[in-house]
Design a protein around this ligand. Structure first.
Ligand code: ATP
Ligand code: MG
Length: 293
């Protein structure tokens, strides 16, 4: 099945949690790749974290260096190139990032003319933007908004792998998102972290349209996690918005110095169990994101 953005509105999913290490990057890659594969939706993964872990997960060092040399990273979207002459480029032109393809790379595609899975590599220099204040942030914010608006013209699904803080780039992500996908690790502070994010979103004055939220339990071990999961599922706001499917703890999702790429492409026999689980989770998430009925 193939769904083009022309017959339905695009989804911009920010994968976010103020808590670190909950699986934002792992799920941005593996779960959304599964949605791309299963539903044939042209998908763009954006590494929107200065740690650039998504890029490190999916790209070799040599490829990453090449894309950076070609100025295909999030940094070049946020920050305009300095024009040779102050008269050469009008301010309006600097605010508009219309040529989306200049900044993306293709990870895979479903044949000629078919939907593709693309990426905007991350960039460590994004961290410097969070140190800036006031008017110095207006242009990056406008450029990012413009890029997302243009990307949503051709991509059915745009995924933002966010950083674990309430920084400038987090605000950009929240303003762009139609949906928030919140991975949670089953621990006693899980609900607190999600409540903080929820309050932040509710109180953000610039957010006129609140994104819909969807939670997913990640890295679930069979022993010890159950009470935290029961507590979150019983929560009056978050319980009904939590996927039934839980992503189990698996060595497939753990970093390995000798492997670059998606978890289920690793050539190990029992990968099929994880692939099956991701497929079920992707199905449920696609419904929650209103990508499929
Ligand atoms: N289901 C899982 N099973 C096993 N390990 C997992 C699982 N999910 C995530 N991990 C591991 O936990 C660590 C944190 O995951 P990840 O980097 O995706 O979290 P994050 O929320 O993106 O972190 P950060 O807040 O630093 O961006 C990684 O080493 C990852 O490989
Ligand atoms: Mg991450």
């Amino acid at each position: 099945m193939s769904t083009s953005p022309s017959n339905r509105s695009s989804v911009v999913a920010a994968v976010i949690n103020m808590k670190g290490g909950v699986g934002k990057t792992v799920l941005s890659a593996n779960l959304f790749r599964e949605i791309y594969s299963n539903f044939g939706i042209k998908t763009l993964l954006i590494d929107f974290d200065a740690q650039f872990n998504l890029s490190q997960l999916l790209l070799t060092r040599a490829d990453y260096e090449r894309f950076r040399a070609e100025k295909r990273t999030i940094q070049y979207i946020m920050e305009p190139e300095q024009p040779d002459s102050v008269f050469a480029v009008a301010e309006d032109d600097l605010e508009c990032v219309s040529n989306v393809d200049d900044y993306t790379i293709e990870l895979e595609s479903q044949g000629a003319g078919g939907p593709s899975l693309c990426m905007v590599p991350g960039d460590f220099r994004l961290a410097l933007m969070n140190l800036r204040e006031g008017s110095g942030l207006k242009l990056p914010a406008r450029r990012f908004r413009s890029f997302i608006q243009n990307a949503a013209q051709t991509y059915g699904l745009v995924v933002l792998d966010c950083n674990p803080s309430s920084s400038f780039v987090t605000r950009c992500a929240l303003e762009a998102a139609t949906h928030l996908v919140i991975p949670v690790r089953a621990d006693k502070f899980a609900t607190l972290g999600v409540e903080l994010l929820y309050k932040f979103v509710e109180q953000m004055p610039t957010l006129t349209r609140k994104p819909k939220i969807c939670l997913i339990h990640n890295d679930v071990r069979d022993v010890g996690d159950q009470q935290a999961i029961v507590d979150l599922r019983a929560h009056s706001i978050f319980g009904p918005r939590t996927l039934v499917t839980e992503i189990k703890h698996s060595t497939f999702f753990m970093p390995s110095s000798d492997y670059t790429g998606f978890a289920t492409d690793r050539g190990v026999a029992h990968r099929y169990a994880i692939a099956g689980l991701l497929r079920v989770a992707a199905d449920e998430l696609a419904k929650a994101l209103e990508i499929i009925p």
